[in-house]
Design a protein around this ligand. Structure first.
Ligand SMILES: [Zn+2]
Ligand SMILES: [Zn+2]
Length: 141
């Protein structure tokens, strides 16, 4: 079942044709500024599973020197996807229509979280990225 999402003004829409995985809340200072929020939530997908289904010409990409970036609608400002060295690697869970079939598994870059935000759930927290060896606990079903 394809996962669809879109921006606030409705002009830009995307589809992910395969499953989402590895969702996390990112508290880094870049994500906080980019989203104007305490944290942002992303999920990954298999390479090739992402397509823009409308409004691709309105999509702008802001990339940092470190190679990370964000795709947003130039009309309404919604952040739809994350990029890594120019490739779209994540979508923002907040722009998915309906149930994405996945829930966040961790908090990352907690070391730079907003001072005014308390994390009140039991998900694992990492100062930066989780170690390569870390496997999120899989929910049954
Ligand atoms: Zn828009
Ligand atoms: Zn971040």
């Amino acid at each position: 079942m394809a996962i669809k999402g879109g921006c606030l003004c409705g002009r830009v829409r995307y589809e992910v044709t395969g499953p989402l995985f590895d969702a996390d809340h990112c508290h880094c200072s870049m994500c906080r500024r980019q989203h104007g929020a305490a944290f942002s939530t992303y999920a990954e997908f298999n390479p090739g599973d992402f397509i823009w289904i409308s409004g691709e010409g309105l999509v702008k990409v802001y990339e940092t020197l470190s190679g990370g970036g964000w795709c947003f609608c130039s009309e309404c400002g919604s952040t739809l996807a994350g990029t890594d060295n120019g490739k779209i690697t994540t979508i923002t869970l907040g722009t998915v229509e309906g149930d994405p079939g996945i829930k966040p598994e961790s908090h990352i870059f907690v070391g730079s979280r907003a001072q005014w935000h308390d994390i009140n759930d039991d998900l694992p927290q990492f100062e930066e990225r989780p170690p390569d060896s870390w496997e999120p606990p899989r929910n049954s079903g």
